[in-house]
Design a protein around this ligand. Structure first.
Ligand code: BGC
Length: 897
């Protein structure tokens, strides 16, 4: 019998406890040992904990003739809000006999937005520590004195019998940490995450069955300002003006008892509040704890809360409460300090060896009443002290006044971007007392890469650390200064790299809703989401992310759900651009037009060229999306639009010799990547691009936008050697230049630091901005050759074509696709090239082995290639073509010359 399917996911999550009915979509992978690919499947779903024989089913698909195993939407009877459903799937591969049923998986449905909630918002309203929060950041002490302490909220309740199950549904306007009977609920931090709180608030659901007990119980939470009422973005005011002026909590604990009765505990006016150790907590400024003020035992029964204040309570209102589509933010890793030294003023400086996002945890065992201050920075100044000018008004400082006994000092409601920490106030400190807690959205690793060059391996991890440092509820530009905003331009150019590196399907699906919430009345996609009170939108390469990101998710995960969900928004966007640009050159409605942001050098790309190229790209993608969604008329219309933009583009920007206006590298990269250059001029245009690179001293001159396409375009036009030349370049501007100057995350600017002028302007100089790391996709798609075939679905078919070069003697890596692990490993030496590939069940590939003598390449069984073709990676070279299915395969032949 065929092994049952595995890796069952609902809405890209494993057994999620809250899924909106319209997000219930299933995927699974085929187990090893099958006979070569699914041709039919059957899903069965039943309410409750079991899928017993003969019980009531909410959905039985019966046998569906289809190879589809990703993104299968639920189409059964209406799902009950709050209820649990169990599901299982079996498949047919090859013959008529089905596999065994998979192990059951489950999901629980989002609560009904109105009838499902009995809870009210509770809090203490705006708290004074000084009369007014400052409107501009001043010296540190002035800023933080104005910050309010964090309210602790508690409610005692009695459970009259034994508990069979308990669920806590909880959220905050602001941030919360939930407590139940003296323990922490769950392990997420910075919950509920960032959304436009005026429109949509996420809540989390925790299984707290083991924490609730018969008898007296206490449910509690600490709340903090977070994105809701703290400092956020680069507007140096607290966000009060944008969302609200004090945090509030909303919680509903549903307990089922053995006698089948139910008890519901909700936030209401029966709750009480007090202030404890957390004297202030702010995402940008940091946190202050006075441990002597801790309310020990406050979250357990028996604590005397009679002196606690009543809470302000207000009805739930009309804001949409949605189940968190995941992934939650967590402490993902702990990094020990690699050194502890002192600076010229005698303060301790800890180096964690890695620029990261999170905070420092300090184990302290000294005198009570000691005032310890921990400041954070990405880099050090020449004298060994922290360099903090580039943080702008973000203070990134945590303070503790210690109490009796040993303690692990760490904040709870803040986030710092740092590699170094300065610790002052304690006279003795050991390096082993310090760890950096790495905090980000829990996006699983899906990509790996290794080569014979250690600097290249470092570059790979540097790109990944940049993603880790910024994928925190939304994809931010940077995690340290007073900005940390979800810029669409950065995200769209990096989206492909991001989704090879890590599983970002659920992460981006959530953010696409943020983008939707941030759309402008004109139909323009925003430049930033959530967009706070900013009305910036429509910027080329930024706003276009509204089309490109859902498309990228389709490409990587086979996700049609997002395409359907946001199709309306995308068409409104296309209408908006066309309305403003009837001549088919995108000259108008460019918003802030950041163009090829931070491109070094003088060969600036004309903004209308970049804008028009993106418009053409959108039109092309929209035509494919419409086709996929079964809207052939729209597809034809977008194709017609595309042709008009093509014609206008060629007319305006492409000369008869294949040169493109301005001659910038980015202009060529866009023109070639977006297929805007007539076929017969492609080769000459690629030649012009190489000439432009040579004229720049074999350096790149691309900014945020062009950089993402440059290497892929070079490799697909026969210039992999030039792509490697740029990759291996270590003179400024280059990725290696960053590495050689200490980068452990990708810098915002090519010249963040130079020997000639030191640090760039502190007003814009982040050392952790992932955008220039968008070359990551080239490592997977070209160096390893893990590339989906045109028209394929979530890697069901690949064109596996490695691109050796750059003096590498080997490169190997993998991509954990939704169908399983795809591996590619090649090595070359002594004139021989060999390639090993591994494909998961149900995946086929056309494997292309570049060779000086393609017809003499052999597979592991000595078989000759099915055919020999022109190798697009190097001019005039050939490749051996083999057809491969699931399993491991090896190919060997003469190396390319
Ligand atoms: C951000 C960028 C962003 C840009 C817009 C900057 O302040 O840090 O990453 O894309 O503004 O050009």
């Amino acid at each position: 019998m065929i092994n049952p399917p595995c890796r069952l996911r609902c809405a890209y999550q494993v057994n999620p406890l809250g899924v909106a009915p319209d997000r219930v979509r299933f995927s699974w992978a085929l187990a090893a040992g099958g006979s070569g690919g699914q041709h039919a499947y059957q899903i069965r779903i039943a309410p409750g904990e079991q899928l017993g024989d003969g019980g009531h089913l909410s959905w039985d698909t019966g046998r569906v003739e289809s190879p589809r195993c990703t993104d299968v939407p639920y189409e059964g009877s209406a799902l009950d809000p709050g209820a649990r459903y169990t599901w299982s799937v079996r498949v047919w591969e090859g013959g008529e006999e089905p596999s065994a049923w998979s192990d059951p998986a489950f999901f629980e449905v989002e609560l009904d937005n109105s009838a499902g909630w009995q809870a009210s918002w509770i809090g203490l309203g705006r708290i004074r520590t000084v009369a007014q929060p400052p409107t501009a950041p001043g010296p540190y002490d002035g800023v933080v004195k104005a910050l309010p302490p964090s309210p602790y909220l508690r409610r005692e309740f009695y459970v009259p019998g034994a508990v069979t199950s308990a669920r806590l549904h909880i959220t905050a306007l602001g941030l919360y940490e939930a407590r139940l009977n003296g323990g922490r609920v769950g392990d997420s931090v910075l919950a509920p995450g960032w959304t436009d709180y005026g429109q949509r608030v996420q809540y989390q659901t925790y299984d707290v069955t083991s924490l609730v007990r018969e008898g007296a119980n206490v449910l509690g939470a600490i709340v903090a300002d977070g994105w809701y009422s703290g400092f956020v973005g680069f507007d140096a005011k607290r966000a009060g003006a944008m969302y609200g002026d004090a945090p509030e909590l909303l919680a509903q604990l549903v307990i089922s008892l053995t006698d089948r009765s139910r008890l519901t505990v909700v936030t209401d006016d029966g709750w009480r509040a007090a202030f404890g150790a957390i004297r202030h907590a702010d995402l940008l400024m940091g946190e202050r704890h006075d441990l002597g003020m801790e309310l020990s035992g406050w979250d357990s029964p028996g604590f005397d809360g009679s002196s606690w204040m009543p809470v302000r309570c207000k009805p739930r209102g009309t804001v949409r409460l949605v189940a968190d589509p995941g992934p939650q933010v967590r402490v993902i890793e702990q990094v020990p300090a690699v050194s502890l030294t002192t600076d010229s003023s005698g303060r301790y400086i800890a180096d964690f060896g890695q620029n990261l996002s999170g905070w420092v945890r300090l184990h302290y065992n000294g005198a009570a009443g000691t005032h310890i201050r921990v400041r954070h920075a990405e880099v050090l100044d020449a004298d060994g002290s922290l360099y903090v000018d580039n943080l702008r008004s973000a203070r990134q400082t945590d303070e503790y006044i210690t109490a009796e006994g040993p303690a692990a000092l760490e904040p709870r409601f803040t986030l710092h971007g740092f590699r170094y920490a300065e610790i002052s106030g304690c006279d003795r400190l050991d390096r082993s007392a310090l760890t950096a807690q790495v905090v980000h959205s829990d996006i699983a690793v899906t990509g790996s890469f290794e080569s014979s060059e250690s600097w290249l391996n470092r570059l790979f991890t540097t790109i990944d650390w940049g993603q880790r440092g910024n994928f925190i509820s939304v994809p931010t530009d940077c995690p340290q200064r007073d900005e940390r905003l979800g810029w669409l331009g950065d995200a769209q150019i990096f989206a492909r790299t991001a989704s090879y590196n890590r599983d970002v399907a659920a992460f981006f699906a959530k953010w696409l809703d943020d983008i939707d919430d941030a759309r402008l009345p004109s139909g323009a996609f925003p430049d930033i989401a959530p967009r706070l009170n900013l009305t910036w939108g429509g910027a080329p390469a930024w706003a276009d992310g509204g089309v490109i990101i859902p498309w990228t998710l389709y490409l990587m995960y086979g996700d049609r759900g997002n395409l359907e969900r946001h199709y309306g928004a995308m068409t409104e966007w296309m209408d908006f651009v066309e309305r403003g640009n009837p001549e088919f050159i995108r000259n108008y409605e460019l918003g802030n037009s950041y163009n090829d942001w931070l491109a070094p050098g003088d060969d600036l790309t004309p903004p209308e060229l970049l804008a028009t190229a993106y418009w053409a790209y959108d039109a092309e993608l929209m035509s494919q999306i419409a086709q996929l969604l079964g809207r052939p008329d729209d597809a034809v219309e977008y194709q017609a639009l595309r042709s008009k933009i093509d014609a206008a583009f060629t007319d305006a920007f492409v000369a008869t010799d294949g040169s493109i206006a301005s001659g910038s590298q980015t202009a060529y990269a866009l023109g070639l990547h977006m297929n805007l250059i007539p076929e017969d001029l492609r080769a000459t245009a690629a030649g012009h691009l190489v000439a432009a690179i040579e004229a720049a001293g074999w350096s790149l001159t691309t900014g945020f936008v062009g950089v993402g396409y440059l290497l892929p375009v070079l490799s697909s036009t026969g210039y992999t050697d030039i792509a490697y030349r740029l990759l291996c370049q270590n003179a400024y501007p280059s990725w290696r230049y960053m590495l050689d100057h200490g980068a452990t995350t990708i810098w915002e600017r090519w010249n963040g630091w130079t020997p000639e002028r030191g640090f760039q302007s502190p007003w814009m100089n982040s050392f952790n901005h992932y955008a220039l790391g968008s070359l990551g996709e080239w490592l997977y798609r070209f160096v390893l050759g893990i590339e989906p075939a045109p028209g394929s679905n979530a890697f069901d078919r690949l064109v596996l074509r490695p691109h050796p070069g750059g003096g590498l003697t080997f490169a190997r890596g993998a991509y954990e696709s939704v169908r399983g692990s795809i591996r590619s490993a090649w090595k070359q030496g002594s004139g021989r090239f060999s390639l090993a590939v591994e494909l998961p069940p149900g995946v086929t590939a056309s494997v292309r082995v570049p060779s000086a003598d393609a017809s003499s390449v052999r597979d592991e069984d000595g078989r000759a290639p099915q055919s020999v073709a022109e190798y697009p990676g190097a001019l005039g070279a050939a490749e051996a073509v083999f057809e491969a299915g699931a399993g491991r395969h090896e190919f060997t032949g003469p190396a390319l010359d």
